[in-house]
Design a binder for this molecule. Structure first.
Ligand code: UD1
Ligand code: UDP
Length: 368
């Protein structure tokens, strides 16, 4: 029986790996081991609780204000111990965080095959997003299984010379997760607060935006909210103290902008589903929004998710105050533009990605 170990450590990895954990656990012909690095602590726990996943190993590495060195070093050392103990047949990592990179490198050093879930996303600019573009390219160079969410991602890998037989187009497990979180009946005090207004969801946390770009984003948003009395912005802030300080400095003091703690994924997805539009620099939200039919202004210079742009749901607008002001205002005033960006399309899969990945790992091919 194949022993499959999944390793993840941050909120977005957990949201997209937990559906796969639960799928693999339902298979009698696989042994599933879950190792979390704890790169995130509270934000990881929120997701594990929602999906009912109990890790077998927890490296518990998080420190306030941790550096890339701290995370890389601790994950490498911790993984070498866990891998020696578990002796898995394959290690699955997800996406592009430092946990992803360091865990894959540890597996490679110890001769264990690596499966990369959400493989092949690229901007080809290692400074944007930083350090994620490097992380995913590095994992791509050592992965034995590449689970590409879309044909675009597959084609990136083929162009880079990856063996075609190592690449499988599966859809994105984010869509599997979304299928279990959005419900008809949902109530929340922040939803009552937004009643009768156009609710805009904001998230921003990217490393390359720390400092002036974040302030610039926030100033642009503030100016628009001041002009539109029927707009309310809800911002569940990432726990990173640097991000929180920037938001406290530039976004507080307005009744119609509410800063909250990170929401658990069940609650957050239900807010997305009930929003008017989304402002974000998140990777995962760019995948979720097209299937919910919610226009997204992407607060970044580039995206590795061109499928959502092609579908018409995403628009990449950068971090400059004037651009944020202009594009945000346009979506509030131009009905035609709003309608064209809010048609639900789903370029990221049919919600069966976890089943396909499990089949490939167990039988060598998908049965769907
Ligand atoms: C990490 C990933 C990024 C991903 C993001 C998702 C890296 C280098 N970055 O960035 O790719 O998009 O997660 O959110 O891997 N903190 C807490 N509690 C938590 C989580 C974070 O207090 O549950 C605080 C800590 O002070 C921590 C800081 O946030 O030191 C930064 O966390 P870290 O994982 O290093 O970076 P992120 O910006 O979250
Ligand atoms: N998310 C969440 N609660 C929040 C904000 C976001 O559950 O308060 C979810 C969101 O739906 C998406 C994921 O977290 O699935 C995105 O995580 P994040 O923005 O931290 O990372 P990124 O996607 O940018 O790597």
């Amino acid at each position: 029986m194949k022993k499959i170990m999944l390793v993840f450590g941050t909120r977005p990895e957990a949201i997209k790996m937990c559906p796969l954990v639960n799928e693999l656990k339902s298979r009698r012909n696989a042994e599933t081991v879950v190792c979390v690095t704890g790169q995130h602590r509270e934000m990881l726990k929120q997701v594990l609780d929602v999906f009912g996943v109990k890790p077998d190993y927890d490296l518990d590495i998080m420190n306030q204000g941790q550096t890339l060195f701290d995370v890389t070093e601790k994950v490498m050392r911790g993984m070498s111990e866990v891998i020696s103990k578990v002796e898995p047949d394959v290690i699955l990592v997800h996406g592009d965080t430092t946990t992803t990179f360091a865990a894959a490198l540890a597996a490679y050093y110890m001769g264990v095959p690596v499966g990369h879930v959400e493989a092949g996303l690229r901007t080809y600019d290692v400074h944007s997003p930083y350090p994620e573009e490097f992380n995913r390219q590095a994992v791509g160079s050592i992965a034995d299984y590449n689970f590409a969410p879309t044909a675009v991602a597959r084609d990136n890998l083929l162009r880079e010379g990856k063996k075609p037989e190592s690449i499988f187009v599966t859809g994105n497990t984010a869509i599997d997760a979304l299928g279990t979180t959005v419900v008809e009946e949902f109530s929340h005090p922040d939803l009552d607060w937004a009643d009768g207004s156009r609710l805009v969801i904001l998230t921003a946390h990217r490393r390359e935006s720390w400092g002036e770009p974040l302030h610039s984003i926030f100033r642009g948003i503030r100016r628009v909210v001041e002009e539109f009395p029927d707009v309310k912005v809800l911002y569940p802030i990432h726990l990173n103290p640097l991000v929180r300080r920037a938001a406290d400095a530039t976004l507080t003091g307005m009744d119609r902008i509410r800063l909250t703690e990170p929401m658990d994924v069940m609650v957050f997805h239900n807010f997305l589903a009930r929003s008017y539009m989304i402002l974000t620099d998140s990777g995962g939200i760019q995948e979720e929004a097209p299937s919910l039919g919610k226009p997204v202004l992407v607060l970044r210079e580039v995206t590795e998710r061109p499928e959502g742009v092609a579908a018409g749901t995403l628009k990449v607008i950068g971090t400059k105050e004037e651009n944020i002001y202009r594009e945000f205002k346009a979506l509030l005033t131009d009905e035609k533009l709003y309608d064209s960006m809010s048609r639900a399309k789903n370029p990221y899969g049919d919600g069966l990605a976890s089943k396909r990945i499990a089949d490939i790992l167990i039988y060598g091919k998908t049965k769907i």
